[in-house]
Ligand binder design. Structure first.
Ligand SMILES: *[C@@H]1O[C@H](CO)[C@@H](O)[C@H](O)[C@H]1NC(C)=O
Ligand SMILES: *[C@@H]1O[C@H](CO)[C@@H](O)[C@H](O)[C@H]1NC(C)=O
Ligand SMILES: *[C@@H]1O[C@H](CO)[C@@H](O)[C@H](O)[C@H]1NC(C)=O
Ligand SMILES: *[C@@H]1O[C@H](CO)[C@@H](O)[C@H](O)[C@H]1NC(C)=O
Ligand SMILES: *[C@@H]1O[C@H](CO)[C@@H](O)[C@H](O)[C@H]1NC(C)=O
Ligand SMILES: *[C@@H]1O[C@H](CO)[C@@H](O)[C@H](O)[C@H]1NC(C)=O
Ligand SMILES: *[C@@H]1O[C@H](CO)[C@@H](O)[C@H](O)[C@H]1NC(C)=O
Length: 251
């Protein structure tokens, strides 16, 4: 198992939050035509009033950062990992590029991590395993590569895992659903994943949607999947899956 070393961050407070937000702003291109942050995120007003920033009602600490559909271009500043009260991070559908900073793993309160529809590259940080309150993880439609860190499947709070449309490869682990008793949606289509569909998938008993199409999966559909009583949609097309489809899955 890899050992994750992240700098300890003592004394994080609201001025750290302001510093973090300004660092995030400084990594976003100001020459981009629609950079609303260039004018809105101006010093002199409290950062809690800035567009996309939500603070705790009790104190000026950032609890949500909501920058979807803002046509922003730039990289994700590693200082984002200092927003220690953050529970919600959404930068969906912008033009963020570069890597996902390891420091995101410091955001222990995070419940929603939505970074889909950007141009992020590199690998999924191993530090994601530290996000032990995460319910929704979407990194769809980026340029991410490498294997899925199996430790992500240890995050028992996860309800949605959405990795569609990247260049992820490797197999899924046998123990995949050992801890994922709350998982409702598994979206892995349009990658280069391989190996068998784990029989353990049947242990994710709340699964409603499984999307594995357009990968390199081989072998048969595990019989045990007939026990997924909540299953509504199962996408398996464009793989190398053999054997007969279980009628019972469609009941
Ligand atoms: C920034 O946007 C927010 C939300 O739209 C608005 O309430 C605020 O007045 C704006 N601040 C500035 C300085 O433009
Ligand atoms: C992304 O945001 C832009 C600008 O708001 C919008 O025109 C476009 O339809 C959005 N695309 C998606 C996939 O949400
Ligand atoms: C982003 O833009 C798309 C296309 O205009 C729209 O369908 C979607 O609802 C927007 N996302 C949000 C969260 O508003
Ligand atoms: C904030 O994050 C940066 C980069 O991760 C780090 O170097 C810095 O020490 C942090 N600041 C505080 C006050 O913890
Ligand atoms: C998952 O958690 C268990 C129990 O804490 C641990 O033994 C195992 O090594 C973890 N697996 C991964 C891939 O991190
Ligand atoms: C699959 O998950 C179930 C339910 O948690 C568990 O009992 C079983 O041992 C798991 N299989 C493997 C190979 O880990
Ligand atoms: C489905 O679940 C039942 C009850 O837990 C079990 O007896 C049966 O063997 C399971 N079927 C498959 C194919 O795993």
């Amino acid at each position: 198992m890899a050992v994750i070393c992240l700098a300890a961050s003592p004394d994080l407070n609201s001025s750290t939050d302001e510093h973090s937000i300004l660092a995030i702003k400084s990594h976003i291109s100001t020459s981009y035509p629609n950079n609303i942050l260039a004018t809105n995120w101006s010093q002199g007003t409290s950062f809690c009033t800035w567009i996309g920033v939500t603070c705790s009602r009790r104190r000026p600490r950032v609890t949500a950062l909501n920058l979807f559909n803002m046509s922003l271009e730039g990289t994700i500043a590693k200082e984002i990992g200092n927003l220690s009260f953050l529970t919600y991070l959404n930068i969906r559908n912008n033009s963020f590029n570069g890597v996902i900073p390891d420091e995101i793993g410091n955001l222990r309160r995070l419940r929603v991590l939505e970074i889909s529809y950007n141009q992020l590259s590199g690998e999924i940080p191993l530090s994601f395993e530290l996000l032990t309150n995460l319910e929704f993880l979407s990194i769809q439609y980026n340029h991410l590569t490498g294997a899925i860190p199996w430790s992500i499947f240890n995050i028992s709070s996860l309800q949605t895992i959405a990795f569609t449309g990247n260049q992820l490869y490797g197999a899924l682990p046998n123990f995949m659903c050992y801890y994922l008793s709350k998982l409702e949606g598994l979206y892995l289509s349009y990658n280069q994943l391989s190996g068998n569909i784990p029989t353990n998938l049947s242990a994710c008993s709340r699964l409603e949607i499984i999307s594995l199409s357009y990968n390199n999966f081989i072998g048969a559909i595990p019989m045990q999947m007939e026990n997924l009583s909540q299953l509504q949609k199962l996408y398996l097309g464009a793989n190398k899956i053999t054997g007969k489809f279980l009628d019972i899955i469609w009941k």
